[in-house]
Design a protein around this ligand. Sequence first.
Ligand SMILES: [Ca+2]
Ligand SMILES: [Ca+2]
Length: 272
Amino acid sequence: MAEAEVLHNIKFTRARGNTDVATPSTDEHIYSNISYSETQRPGSKQPAASNRRSGVTSERVALLVLSVLLAAAVTALGVTLYENTQTKKSLQKLEDVAKHISGILSGTEPCKVEQPCKPPLVRNETCPRCEDGWEPHGGKCYFFSSVKLTWNESRTQCKSMRGDLVVINSREEQRLLESKVREKMDNFEDMFWIGLTDSENEGEWLWVDDTRLDPSLTFWREGEPNNWNVENPDGQDCVRMGEKDGPKNLKTWFDRSCESPQKSICEKPEKP
Ligand SMILES: [Ca+2]
Ligand SMILES: [Ca+2]
C-alpha cells in the first residue's frame, strides 16, 4: 500500500495574563501543523507490517516443518544404515561358517579341537574323516563318480580308491543316496551303478561284500528286475539306481546290462 501524507491542525490554548486578576483571561490559540505519513500514524492500523509479520510467521512454520521432516529422514536413514550393517555382519558370519564347513569337508581345513564340528555333519562330536571329494554320512564316505564305465570298470575304479561299489544296508541309506543321486542326475537315464549283481546265478542277487540281498530291503522300480535281453543277449545282471523327476518313493533300482556305461557310487568307511 502507498504511503499517504496526512496534514493535521492541532490547536494549543494558553491563557493570557495573570491568573490572580479577576478579569477574564483571553485564551491564546496556537495552531501547529503536523504532518506524517499515514503509515506512521500513531495508533493507526499497519496492514503492511502485519502482512510482513504474517509472512515471517508462515516462513518460520514452513522452516520448522522442513526441519522436522529432515530430522525424520536423517533418523530413518540412520536406522536403515544400522540394519544394513547388522545384516552384512550376519551374512559375513554365515559365509565364514560355510567356508569353514566346506574346508573341513574337502579336507583343506583341519578340524579344530576348540571348535568341534557339530551334528548332523558328523557323529560323536568328531570331525568327518573322508578324503577330498568323498561325502560323509553315518560313518561312511561316498564318492559319486561322474565317469561312465561298465559295472566291472566302475568297481575297479572304486577299489583303486580303497573302496568298493556301494552296499545299501538300510532304508535310511537308500533315502540318502536317492536324494544325492537325484540332485546329480542330468536326465532320467543318467543313473549310477551300485554294488549289486546276479551275474553268478540269475535271480540270486549278491552285494559286492558277498552278502545276499535282503528281500525286505529292496528298492526295485515297478517292473524291475526284468533281465531284459533285447539290448544284450546275456540279459541284465547289474543294478543302477536313480530317479530324476519321478516319485520320491525310494524305488529307484533297475537291473541293467553290466556292459552299459554308467556313473557309479563308491563307498568306504571313514578314516580311523
Ligand atoms: Ca539278471
Ligand atoms: Ca531291467
